[in-house]
Design a protein around this ligand. Structure first.
Ligand SMILES: [Zn+2]
Length: 65
């Protein structure tokens, strides 16, 4: 009769903590680094254009100088 509050396998996907965090196995299109989690759900048609955190940050910084 003990219903433990541990059973939450459905939530494992949101490991990153953020609501829209996504985990997976991708490769950075810029430096070929491995990407295991993203702050957003990647578009399937853009999986070849994914960037790792570092490249993403660099990209954004180079935009506004
Ligand atoms: Zn990269």
């Amino acid at each position: 009769m003990a219903y433990s509050s541990e059973g939450g396998t459905e939530r494992v996907w949101h490991k990153a903590g953020d609501a829209d965090g996504c985990t997976g196995d991708w490769t950075c299109s810029n430096c070929s680094a491995k990407i295991t989690e993203l702050p957003f759900a990647p578009d399937k048609s853009r999986l070849n254009m994914l960037r790792c955190k570092d490249c993403y940050r660099t990209m954004r910084q180079s935009f506004r100088r």
